[in-house]
Design a protein around this ligand. Structure first.
Ligand SMILES: *Cc1c(COP(=O)(O)O)cnc(C)c1O
Length: 389
């Protein structure tokens, strides 16, 4: 069933394009990732509207596939999981001073402390709500982003343990994030592991009884067993895409891309040789041909960089986008392929039917598969397939 779009009224849910999400693929991918990290628990990362797949349905599918935890960057995403009735452990980590942490604690959501200021705010929220915050202390082991470097780590630890003694927090986790686990040779990963081990050692020496140490993203889950610790946090791989498409393509890892984006052909018409196509005429037909318009554009999250670059499947064949991607549509030069208005164009999918994948799109536009699926806009209905749909 198509989700009702925010700006639609009444019973009209029609849209000429859609993202079909295979929930069974998400569940199976989680199962596969559990096999990659058999001794660790698994947190399915569902930030970014579950990488564009739809937060709640994707979260439920991941849990059905064996995920123990869910991870959401933004607080509203974590709260939305609880509002949907999901009771699994949830961790959230991205917020600024003044964030509604009391709501997070009331919802029984684990919270990260990325900097010293956050500890004071978490303690205040625990006091206000009369709860004990379940805290994951973040150490920056080399990414150079969130978390405290080792120079302020000990101070963060002591403050956390002081708050724990007061009953305001329970120091549940020590965690960090990898910078380059997806690269050939994984530069810096062993250094990050060494810093992480030192951070954990100091925590234990200070008397912390940490339940979960966690460091690995998808790349770490798939390719760095030493980074698994107690819990792994895959994101992109849950959705069947590989963070390392060159060395570990998703079919080789045993992952199935869960999102297929398709649209119904709008106008199909003959065109003479020499016809300029779409804004700027950056494509010109070279022979008598057929042009077919696809009613999805950059307002739907189709990258404008896909102009004259990305492949689309029509009538069982892949053709390249002709000319510029517009706000609502783009054009294919389909030659003499037998196509008619209303037939499906598949932008990307699992690849099992000869269609391009999100990775093919990423390669075509010079990006990463993460962007391709995450940027499919809210205007595009998500249609769910599989158990639990
Ligand atoms: C996004 C994210 C992940 C998952 O990363 P993938 O590369 O998609 O597996 C894990 N941990 C944190 C902190 C993240 O922000």
């Amino acid at each position: 069933m198509a989700a009702t779009l925010r700006w639609q009224t009444g019973a009209v849910t029609y849209y000429p394009g859609r993202a079909v999400v295979d929930l069974d693929a998400i569940a199976a991918n989680v199962g596969r990732l559990r096999e990659c990290a058999p001794t660790a628990q698994l947190m399915a990362v569902v930030k970014g509207d579950a990488y564009g797949h739809g937060l709640v349905p994707a979260a439920r599918a991941a849990l059905r596939g064996g995920a123990d935890w869910l991870g959401a960057a933004q607080l509203p995403e974590a709260l939305a999981l609880r509002a949907a009735g999901i009771t699994a452990p949830v961790l959230t980590w991205l917020y600024g001073p003044g964030a509604p942490l009391a709501d997070v604690l009331r919802a029984g959501i684990d919270i990260s402390a990325p900097a010293p200021w956050a500890l004071a705010e978490i303690a205040a929220a625990a006091r206000v709500t009369g709860t004990t915050a379940r805290l994951h202390l973040k150490v920056d082991t080399g990414l150079g982003r969130g978390g405290s470097f080792l120079d302020t780590w000990t101070e963060m630890l002591h403050e956390s343990l002081r708050l724990e003694a007061e009953g305001l927090v329970r120091l549940v986790g020590v965690w960090s994030h990898l910078a380059r686990a997806d690269e050939d040779g994984q530069p810096g990963v062993s250094d990050q592991i060494a810093v992480f081990d030192e951070a954990v050692r100091r925590a234990e020496a200070a008397g912390a009884r940490v339940e979960v140490r966690h460091l690995a993203n998808s790349a770490g889950t798939i390719a760095v067993p030493q980074a698994h610790y107690d819990l792994v946090r895959p994101g992109i791989a849950v959705y069947g895409l590989s963070p390392m498409p060159q060395t570990h393509p998703s079919p080789q890892v045993g992952l199935t891309p869960a999102m297929r984006v398709e649209a119904d052909l709008h106008v199909v018409k003959g065109a003479e040789a020499g016809q300029g196509v779409s804004y700027g005429h950056t494509y010109v037909t070279s022979a008598l041909t057929t042009l077919a318009t696809v009613p999805l554009g950059y307002a739907d999250g189709i990258p404008r960089r896909a102009s004259n670059a990305a492949p689309v499947q029509v009538a069982g064949r892949q053709v390249r986008i002709a000319g510029r991607v517009c706000m609502d549509q783009f054009v294919l030069d389909v030659g003499d392929l037998p196509v008619a208005a209303g037939e499906k164009a598949v932008l990307f999918g699992s690849g099992s039917q000869g269609e391009p994948t999100a990775q093919d799109w990423a390669d075509a536009v010079g990006g990463i598969s993460y962007e391709i699926v995450t940027q499919i806009g809210p205007r595009v209905p998500r249609v769910y397939r599989g158990t639990g749909a």
